[in-house]
Structure formats: structure tokens, C-alpha cells
Design a protein around this ligand. Sequence first.
Ligand SMILES: Nc1ncnc2c1ncn2[C@@H]1O[C@H](COP(=O)(O)OP(=O)(O)OP(=O)(O)O)[C@@H](O)[C@H]1O
Length: 248
Amino acid sequence: MIECKNINKSFNGKQILKNVSAQFEKGKTNLIIGASGTGKSVLLKTLVGLVHPDSGAVLYDERDFTQANKDEKQVIRREIGMLFQGGALFDSKTVEQNVMFPLDMLSNMSKSEKTDRVNFCLQRVGLDQAAKLMPSEISGGMAKRVGIARAIVLNSKYLYCDEPNSGLDPQTSIRIDNLIQEITHEYDITTVVVTHDMNSMLEIGENIIFMFKGEKIWEGTKDNILETDVKDLQDFIFASKLIRDMKN
Ligand SMILES: Nc1ncnc2c1ncn2[C@@H]1O[C@H](COP(=O)(O)OP(=O)(O)OP(=O)(O)O)[C@@H](O)[C@H]1O
């Protein structure tokens, strides 16, 4: 489980995160949702240690990440997989080399062990046939799958996905969402997905927090979000005609 407790963060005197507390559960797809500019990315960066909070704590299975020393932070960082928004693949490396990169940097595995692990992960995301292709030769959805394979290659305990559906068509988005959820369940990972995609929310939102102007103002699941009586959340959800129609 990842926990954040009473996180506050200001930039240039403007408070961006206001006393945010949340629990992201193990073996579940935990979603952070909210409109643009509400602090989702700043919260995500705080969770992974790229932003240091003014006050509050981030805990990884009860290990205090905020107060940890350099070595302790390094241990936790190695347990974190990250799926970046654009896929963030290295253009000059093949699919296989991209997935192998974290193993090259952070593991002591032999060449054949690394190859086995990469093959396993590529197979898991359905891309074993694409191992020798360059990023320029694959589609956006495939690039996201390579990103997922790379994020789990080190046997991550925690998986962060930043807008995993950006730039994808609805069908491919659902496939990516389902893959993220399957992997979360299969390997019992604590997964945190930042999204404003309504379909994702209703497909994989096993635990959802709603951010509004820097505050967490609602938490729940895909099963009760449409019944919310929180006005700002209603405005956010029902801005989409499709969702309005589904409710009626
Ligand atoms: N390093 C920074 N310095 C100053 N202000 C920042 C910094 N990072 C973020 N902000 C501000 O914090 C606010 C929240 O930004 P954030 O990127 O977290 O929003 P978001 O909810 O992720 O939006 P989006 O969905 O558009 O990505 C914005 O007003 C942004 O300008």
C-alpha cells in the first residue's frame, strides 16, 4: 500500500496541494482523477519523490519515503515502475533494448537472465513478435505496451501510470486499461493511475480519489461514483454527454 498523509505543497506562494491524504491499495487500480490544473501531476511527483512536500508524509508499505535517507530512498525507487505519458521510449533502441534498459542499469543479472526476463515481459503484454522493431515502427498503443513491459521488468511492487490513454483511440485505450488492471491483479501490485478519462474511471476505478483545486474532495469506486452528491464531482463527471446519457 502507498499512503500519503496531510501533504501540503506551494509553488511561489501559491498552494497547489492542500492537506491531501489518501491510501492507494495493494492489488488494486487506484485512480487519481480531476480537471486540468488541480494538482494531479504534482501529487504524482510528490509520491515518487520528484517534488518534496512542504509538510506531510508518503509511506510505501509503512516505510516513510519523505524522511528516508539516500540509500533507503534508492531501495524504494527500485520497487517503482513508471509508465510515462508519451511512452518515453528511446528512439535509438529496439523494443527489446528499451525493456532491458532498467535491467542494464539496476540489476546484476547475466545477459541470458535479462533476455529471459525481457522476453517474459514482452510476451505478457503481447509484443513478443515486436522485440526487434524500433519505436518508429510501432503504433501508439504498442508503444504504451512496451512502456508497461519496461515498467514491470524489475518486478515492480508499485506501478504509476500517467495518463496511459493519452493519444489513443477508445478501443486501444480500453485494451491498455485492461492490461494495466490484469497486471495489477496478477502480480498484486499497488497501481496508481492519473487520468481524466471517463471510460477508464468506469472500467478500472477500483479505488478513486477526486482532486479539486488542490484538495481531495471525494473518494470511492467506479460503482458509486455516478451516484455522488458532491457537486464539483458531478460537474466533472457529467460534463460528458455520454456519461449523462448512461446515468439516465
Ligand atoms: N514546478 C512548478 N512550479 C510552479 N508551479 C507549478 C509547478 N508544477 C506545477 N505547478 C502548478 O501547479 C498547478 C497544478 O498543476 P498539475 O500539473 O499538477 O495539474 P494537473 O491536475 O496534473 O493538470 P493536467 O491534467 O492538465 O495535467 C498548476 O497551476 C501548475 O501551473
